[in-house]
Design a protein around this ligand. Structure first.
Ligand SMILES: Cc1ncc(COP(=O)(O)O)c(C=O)c1O
Length: 399
């Protein structure tokens, strides 16, 4: 056999998608698996958004569009930044892509090159490091902790800096912890980011799933001087329950960078789906009640799952401020077993819980913390209650 390119071996499969596939296979085989694995809202896309897509097809809006997206959509995105974040972006600074992940990849390709290091506050979403690897750059994980609300301090940031550091990624509210940065913490980081001339990529995809009346804030909002070195990565998947539609967007500090990202996109995927663009335009310019209703529903489920986790001896878990994940520390149960092998890692714990309790939960290892598990609570109340009951029973059976 001929050899494949080396990068094939550098990119691991997504453990969340792998777990989802395994859970679905068990379910298909008749097992009553409760799936806390997958990170997507359990709501249908709001009807007016679907109608806009159907209209687009009927109107024949089915051809190539400008590569970075139709101007009306980019203007609506600019309006969103003005309204929600007090930030000014012209349509020419915005690129619409095939999902938030694609927008991040375009941005990384524009900003980072072989040898560059990028600070990644950890635990972090699984895809940042492989996307950087594809650019030849390197993610430098810098550990945060539950005591600091899983946010990076200036001291932490100093620890990760080397002469090769070119950027930092901030994701708030966070996948996997659900924790968010406040303005004070961001202002604490800003002087170092300015001094070391780091690119900031702020992944704001969970902006609208924010709880307890808290105010979302990102780095350029907290420190306007950072506007010139920040890319905002965002998308429709989580806010509007549109994961399958594949639509994200990035706001760039300059037209030059946006043009660069659009050029890259023009040679790889061309414009994002014309029909989805019309749906996204309806999402941004139509009624927003469903967004708040979904966030309220997630908050209620956050309260439920946190109360059930608190009822399991030995688990610790800060109360998330947003997104729809909890990231409990289960390491108090390491070094124990229930008949089989001793459990010492999050992978072993997740495998045990799938087998013994029929719950699919993502191990923390892929997010950079092996003491934890990640549960998505975008599932029904009943599944949360039954699932957490089973988790408790299986953990207490470990001796
Ligand atoms: C933190 C974070 N960023 C970006 C994405 C990408 O979402 P999409 O590509 O569906 O827009 C996800 C999806 O899980 C995520 O959790």
């Amino acid at each position: 056999m001929l050899n494949l390119a080396e990068r094939v071996d550098l990119i691991p499969p997504s453990p969340t998608l792998a777990l989802d596939a395994k859970a679905k296979a068990l379910k298909a085989a008749g097992r009553d698996v409760i799936n806390f694995g997958i990170g997507e809202p359990d709501f249908d896309t709001p009807a007016h958004i679907c109608e806009a897509a159907i209209k687009a097809i009927r109107d024949g809006f089915t051809r190539y569009t400008p590569v970075p997206g139709i101007v009306e959509l980019r203007e609506a995105i600019g309006e969103k930044f003005r309204r929600d974040n007090g930030l000014e972006y012209k349509a020419s600074q915005i690129v619409v892509s095939n999902g938030g992940k694609h927008g991040l990849y375009n941005a990384f390709l524009c900003l980072f090159q072989p040898g560059d290091e990028v600070i990644l506050p950890t635990p972090a979403w699984i895809s940042y490091a492989p996307l950087l690897t594809l650019c030849g750059a390197k993610a430098v994980p810098v550990r945060t902790n539950a005591a600091n609300g899983y946010t990076l301090t200036a001291e932490d940031l100093e620890r990760g800096l080397t002469p090769k550091t070119r950027g930092i990624i901030i994701n708030s509210p966070s996948n996997p912890t659900g924790m968010a940065y406040g303005a004070d913490r961001l202002k604490e980081l800003a002087p170092l980011i300015l001094k070391h001339k780091l690119w900031v990529v702020t992944d704001d995809i969970y902006e609208k799933i924010f709880y307890d009346g808290g105010q979302f804030v990102n780095l350029p909002m907290a420190e306007p001087a950072l506007y010139d070195q920040t890319v905002i990565a965002h998308g429709f998947s989580k806010t509007y329950a549109m994961t399958g539609w594949r639509m994200g967007f990035t706001a760039m500090p300059t037209e030059k960078m946006a043009q660069g990202a659009a050029n890259i996109q023009s040679q790889t995927t061309s414009n994002p789906c014309s029909i989805t663009q019309k749906a996204a335009l309806a999402a941004l310019s139509g009624p927003q009640e469903s967004v708040a209703a979904m966030a309220a529903s997630f908050q209620r489920r956050r309260d439920l799952i946190i109360s059930l986790l608190a009822d399991i001896p030995g688990l610790t878990c800060p109360v998330p401020q947003g997104a729809f994940y909890v990231f409990p520390d289960v390491s108090a149960y390491y070094g124990k077993k229930n008949g089989g092998a001793i459990i010492n890692t999050s992978d072993e714990m997740a495998a045990y819980l799938l087998e013994a309790a029929e719950v699919a939960i993502v191990p923390g290892s892929g997010f950079g913390d092996d003491r934890n598990l990640r549960l998505s609570y975008a599932v029904s109340d009943d599944d949360i209650k039954r699932g957490l009951g089973r988790v408790k029973e299986a953990l207490l059976a470990l001796k």
